[in-house]
Design a binder for this molecule. Structure first.
Ligand SMILES: *[C@@H]1O[C@H](CO)[C@@H](O)[C@H](O)[C@H]1NC(C)=O
Ligand SMILES: *[C@@H]1O[C@H](CO)[C@@H](O)[C@H](O)[C@H]1NC(C)=O
Ligand SMILES: *[C@@H]1O[C@H](CO)[C@@H](O)[C@H](O)[C@H]1NC(C)=O
Ligand SMILES: *[C@@H]1O[C@H](CO)[C@@H](O)[C@H](O)[C@H]1NC(C)=O
Ligand SMILES: *[C@@H]1O[C@H](CO)[C@@H](O)[C@H](O)[C@H]1NC(C)=O
Ligand SMILES: *[C@@H]1O[C@H](CO)[C@@H](O)[C@H](O)[C@H]1NC(C)=O
Ligand SMILES: *[C@@H]1O[C@H](CO)[C@@H](O)[C@H](O)[C@H]1NC(C)=O
Ligand SMILES: *[C@@H]1O[C@H](CO)[C@@H](O)[C@H](O)[C@H]1NC(C)=O
Ligand SMILES: *[C@@H]1O[C@H](CO)[C@@H](O)[C@H](O)[C@H]1NC(C)=O
Ligand SMILES: *[C@@H]1O[C@H](CO)[C@@H](O)[C@H](O)[C@H]1NC(C)=O
Ligand SMILES: *[C@@H]1O[C@H](CO)[C@@H](O)[C@H](O)[C@H]1NC(C)=O
Length: 473
């Protein structure tokens, strides 16, 4: 699920510049054309250098016989004819980025997108600071490594900066972050790039506390500091930034903070999983009328879920797993009929009845492990025909496995270990769940028997099977 979350998260924020161009072809400046051709020659084309399956070498068609303003990935200014956009994302470029690269002669650049290439773990050259007109810079997943040069702070016109990595494409054999950013550099970026709207530094090691001046970035719409080894108290003022839509601080377990009361909020994605955030959810969370994802698993939140959460009918995913919430959240959750993910496991919830769960018929993921159910597998779950993951480990469920479970034909993961399910259960029944990959019924009182119809071959699609104390994977 983490993986799905990331693909989703990072695909939301695509950034487009709308520039109008005249019909007449601009004439490329000779020196810029040469600089681009040198840039092209500085790299080899290697189809392994880009992860995107639709990648292709944009530079392959560049040649001196044509106007560089018409080259793939290049745009020139309509009046000055200077090169202002270079989009070489997913262009299969492989090689080190030279500190003297001709790229840095293209000082009129406003957009530079080198996303998804392989710069062979070279450092980002400090000359990047000379591209002072840059508004949009995307070096995400391009295999740069080392210290992010302090000269980034010269890019005072930046609106969007993406130096982040993504969980799906971890560098080969590496478990630590490739890029580091010194606090002093971060401070000067914040001080100088005051118009910045999008700042993605996920998987960039910052390894410090965050400066309060972050609160000065009043244009900020999206901030991702996922897995940046942050610690200390998160500057609470950031929550009051008027335009903030996405805040991702996930996987910084030494970063603590709490949610203040809000007057209003434009937050759409609030992602705080695996941080040291603590405290209660404020009643004013009911004012987050745009909130689509609330992801706060593995934090230190406690108290009751405010009923105002029930007003956030735009919510699509809620992750509350592994906190210390208590009480019965049913009233807050039962009208959130757009939910596709509901994770409430490993809290101190006491849920009286599960009838309302049947109303959440869009659910793909229901994770209620360690919530005391104390009865049969609740019949309202039979309504959740979109369910792909049903996880209710250690939930004190009794009775037999109902035959309607086989109606949940979209199930991929059925995880019901450590309950008191009993009775004779024919294993072959589960072969009706054609998409099932993980079946875990371990630590129950079931007597399982294999039906006659199946051959071992039929079970090959199930990659993990835990049915007794034994595990077959
Ligand atoms: C960087 O480029 C990738 C691929 O186009 C895109 O998904 C990502 O959102 C971009 N980053 C920003 C901040 O626009
Ligand atoms: C130059 O590039 C154009 C397309 O950009 C292509 O049609 C033409 O064949 C190329 N010429 C040479 C000599 O490679
Ligand atoms: C990539 O880096 C390695 C190690 O530094 C080096 O041996 C190799 O020549 C580099 N490849 C290119 C294309 O620059
Ligand atoms: C960069 O250019 C300078 C002078 O033109 C030269 O001395 C230096 O060796 C070059 N550095 C690299 C990495 O090519
Ligand atoms: C801030 O930006 C200005 C203008 O681009 C630049 O001259 C100055 O050096 C920058 N300051 C820092 C600390 O980088
Ligand atoms: C930035 O924030 C600091 C403290 O948070 C404040 O002292 C300073 O005046 C702010 N600068 C601007 C330009 O708003
Ligand atoms: C905040 O985090 C630090 C460790 O980074 C910890 O020592 C401290 O107790 C935490 N404070 C609170 C209020 O949780
Ligand atoms: C839900 O929203 C309505 C209308 O905006 C408001 O009157 C009501 O007080 C809210 N409920 C809670 C529990 O915040
Ligand atoms: C849920 O919706 C129903 C019908 O619209 C409404 O009567 C009920 O008050 C709502 N419950 C909560 C807790 O908001
Ligand atoms: C089952 O889901 C439908 C919508 O798909 C809903 O109208 C109905 O009320 C639900 N039934 C129960 C028992 O929750
Ligand atoms: C399961 O599916 C069968 C056949 O479609 C249907 O008759 C039965 O009512 C369903 N059971 C439940 C509990 O929805």
């Amino acid at each position: 699920m983490v993986l799905v979350k990331f693909i989703f998260l990072y695909s939301i924020f695509s950034f487009t510049f709308t520039t109008c161009f005249h019909q007449i072809q601009p004439k490329c400046h000779q020196y810029e054309s040469q600089a681009l051709l040198q840039l092209k020659q500085g790299f080899v084309i290697n189809n392994l250098a880009s992860a995107n399956l639709l990648s292709y070498p944009k530079t392959a068609s560049w040649n001196s016989s044509t106007d560089c303003c018409s080259w793939d990935g290049i745009k020139c200014h309509e009046h000055t004819d200077h090169v202002i956009h270079i989009d070489l994302s997913s262009s299969q470029l492989y090689g080190t980025m030279d500190a003297n690269s001709s790229l840095f002669r293209l000082v009129h650049l406003r957009l530079l997108d080198l996303f998804d290439n392989d710069f062979n773990y070279s450092q980002i050259p400090s000359k990047i600071g000379e591209l002072s007109q840059l508004k949009y810079l995307n070096l995400s997943i391009s295999l740069f490594s080392g210290e992010i040069p302090q000269q980034f702070s010269q890019l005072s016109k930046l609106l969007s900066l993406d130096l982040g990595f993504r969980a799906i494409v971890r560098p080969k054999g590496s478990t630590s972050n490739l890029l580091q950013l010194k606090l002093s550099s971060l401070r000067s970026i914040i001080q100088n790039s005051t118009k910045i709207e999008i700042l993605f530094l996920s998987y960039v090691t910052i390894s410090s506390t965050l400066p309060d001046t972050l609160t000065n970035l009043t244009s900020l719409k999206a901030l991702s500091l996922y897995n940046s080894e942050l610690y200390g108290e998160f500057p609470v003022g950031v929550f009051h930034l008027p335009n903030l839509e996405l805040l991702d601080l996930g996987y910084n377990s030494n970063l603590n903070g709490s949610l203040p009361e809000f007057q209003s909020s434009s937050l759409t994605y609030l992602l705080l999983g695996q941080t040291g955030f603590y405290g209660t959810l404020p009643v004013s969370i009911g004012k987050f009328s745009s909130l689509v994802i609330l992801s706060i698993p593995d934090c230190h939140f406690f108290g009751y879920i405010p009923s105002s959460l029930g007003n956030l009918t735009q919510l699509i995913r809620i992750y509350l797993r592994n906190n210390k919430f208590r009480g019965d959240p049913s009233a807050s959750l039962m009208n959130l009929t757009k939910l596709t993910v509901l994770e409430v496991s490993s809290n101190k919830f006491t849920i009286e009845t599960f009838s309302w769960v049947g109303k959440l018929s869009s659910l793909n993921v229901l994770e209620i492990s360690s919530v005391n159910i104390g009865s049969d597998i609740p019949l309202p779950f039979a309504n959740l025909t979109q369910l792909e993951v049903l996880s209710a480990a250690n939930s004190n469920m009794k009775g037999e496995i109902p035959s309607w479970i086989m109606n949940l034909t979209n199930l991929v993961i059925l995880n019901l270990p450590h309950n008191s399910l009993h009775g004779k259960q024919e294993l072959d029944m589960f072969l009706k769940l054609k998409k099932l990959v993980v079946l875990n019924l371990a630590f129950n009182k079931l007597s399982l028997y294999s039906g006659k119809s199946s051959t071992p071959f039929d079970w090959f699609s199930i990659s993990s099977l835990r049915i007794g104390f034994m595990q077959f994977s």
